[in-house]
Ligand binder design. Sequence first.
Ligand code: GLP
Length: 241
Amino acid sequence: MRIYKEKDYEAMSRRAANIIAAQVMLKPDCVLGLATGSSPIGAYECLVGQYRVGDLDFAAVRTVNLDEYKGLGAGDEQSYVNFMNENLFSKINIAKENTNVPNGLNEDADGECARYDEVIAGMGGIDLQLLGIGNNGHIGFNEPAESFAKGTHEVRLTENTREANARFFSSLDKVPTAAYTMGIQSIMQAKTILLIASGKAKAQAVRDAFCGPITPQVPASVLQLHPDVILVGDEEALSLM
Ligand code: GLP
């Protein structure tokens, strides 16, 4: 495991973007697993900057996103598909058909999850998976549970997660109660995993994930078993390590 302790959010974002950029340069047709939330916004901005000055080419890159709120789609401001379009896809030369996000508008959970697992399998595996981390140690929307869920599945969001994500919505009751998320197995099968964390609120989760026991009660703790994990955090997020 490699750990980069950076001064602040901006430095964390630059470091993360450089790792993603290196992947794209080394393998222009790579598969990137992407994440949403406030943590990756700065890294996406850096990647857009590198694309604009001609240092990066996303023409052959394929992407697969971790998760989506159930009930939200591209027309919803708070959907993750909209987040990705606004923060990254519309600002780089990636082909829309090469990007994948679970379809939150598909009410057939079994059908959507099976479809998404086929999409991931059809891509031949993820080269680099970017992850944020929830305050309770969740990755994607894999919430603390009795066991690690393997494939894409529907999940009930915990109140902790709904409250943490309420800042993006007009009120708590607007935050969806369910989501589709890639499973732990798909995440663990990525060749390299890049987890980013910023701010004091993440310090305990980061410590529990990397210094505590491996348990589905802290979903990110499973990453201790992955052979190639890169943790990039700012000083506050890594303060308890
Ligand atoms: C959401 C997402 C996660 C993300 C987490 C942390 O729950 N499903 O993928 O890592 O929030 O978000 P943030 O980066 O905003 O703290």
